[in-house]
Design a protein around this ligand. Structure first.
Ligand code: SF4
Length: 362
């Protein structure tokens, strides 16, 4: 059998610079109500073999960012500015034919809801085999063999048999595995996983996360993991980017950000997470208010209407002046590094530590 995967031609030499670079990305949607500023000057980088976790509430711009990287936005209603470079290739403004060749081949996406992402009319095997055939030129037989191989790789028992099933014959966890097989069938260099485990119970969630880690170790794939769940990020990502109202408000290595977060929004996200070992009846601390409308985001720091600390900054700065995110580890907030440290140590951390196993005093 002719092997028509990318390995057949040998790996292309890596382009200089980061594998994925997003610089000053702006995404605007035109709607009947006005222009939605979905992404507002976002920059980040990702290297091969690493995982970047992007977190934030619904509407923070994390999914839009990644759909834009894949070129899946509607060009009739969406304006994109900025630079997206994948392995040395500029994607912003690239013709649809170029993006089509890259999607599923060099970059792929796992969606949150496998049942709606998979077609009910075709067998699982066919849905995995088709993109392989399209991108590699493999015969039907070769593509089917590859689909069966991929189902086996993602842990589906009796893959040759189960490849003939339709999506409704798979459980939720199996469908998600099938989606992963579909995304990985052409060995993409970049995998974007958008809340891939949100709809699954914790046991299956852990299996899927382990599977992604194993596959990454085998193939050196760069992964962008989108979620609102900081617990998932803690177990999967190397670096973290916290988004609010279309902008990055904090970034850094995942351990550092979770051990000593520097932005009041990240403090709020951590405080609203349920904790294993907390006393029964322990109330969570949700972030007050709602995410802003991106038709007219608040001036200054977009988080200021929900933030507890503008008074510490003083002078109305939070409502007037937009804080910028510095390069490297940092947060977009007017509080001084000393203020952030003191507030975190004295006010935030004691609340976060409460409820961790072994933290009970009574
Ligand atoms: Fe809060 Fe001001 Fe910092 Fe924004 S800039 S997070 S409003 S303290």
């Amino acid at each position: 059998m002719t092997t028509l995967t990318k390995e057949a031609g040998g790996a292309a030499p890596a382009a200089p610079g980061p594998f994925l670079s997003v610089r000053d990305l702006y995404v605007r949607f035109t709607t009947e109500d006005g222009v939605v500023k979905a992404v507002d000057g976002l920059s980040f980088e990702l290297e091969r073999g690493r995982t970047l976790g992007i977190v934030g509430e619904s509407g923070s711009g994390k999914s839009v960012t990644n759909l834009t990287v894949l070129g899946l936005h509607d060009p009739r209603t969406t304006r994109v500015a900025g630079e997206i470079v994948l392995d040395g290739q500029e994607l912003t403004g690239a013709p649809e034919r170029t993006l089509e060749k890259l999607r599923g081949n060099k970059m792929a996406m796992i969606f949150q809801d496998a049942l709606t992402a998979l077609s009910p009319y075709y067998t699982i095997g066919r849905q995995i085999a088709e993109p392989y055939r399209k991108h590699t030129g493999a015969s039907r037989r070769e593509a089917w063999a590859r689909a069966v191989e991929m189902l086996g790789r993602v842990g589906i028992p009796h893959p040759a048999l189960r490849a003939r099933d339709y999506p409704h014959q798979f459980s939720g966890g199996m469908r998600q595995r099938a989606m992963i097989a579909m995304a990985l069938v052409c060995d993409p260099d970049l995998l974007i996983a958008d809340e891939p485990t949100t709809a699954l119970d914790v046991t299956v969630q852990a299996q899927i996360l382990d599977l992604l880690k194993d596959l990454q170790q085998e193939s050196g794939t760069a992964i962008v993991f989108i979620t609102h769940d900081l617990g998932v990020i803690a177990n999967t990502a190397d670096d973290i980017l916290v988004m609010y109202a279309g902008r990055a408000v904090e970034r850094g290595p995942v351990r550092e950000v979770l051990r000593a977060p520097r932005h009041p929004y990240t403090w709020g996200l951590l405080g609203s997470m349920p904790r294993l070992g907390s006393d029964v009846g322990t109330a969570l601390s949700p972030i007050p208010g709602s995410p802003p409308s991106l038709l007219a985001p608040p001036p200054g720091c977009a988080f200021h209407p929900r933030c507890a600390f503008p008074r510490e900054v003083g002078g109305g700065r939070c409502a007037d002046v937009r804080p910028e995110l510095p390069e490297g580890r940092g947060s977009a907030c007017h509080l001084t590094p000393e203020q952030k440290h003191t507030l975190f140590v004295e006010q935030i951390r004691p609340r976060l530590v409460q409820g961790r196993p072994g933290s009970r005093t009574s």
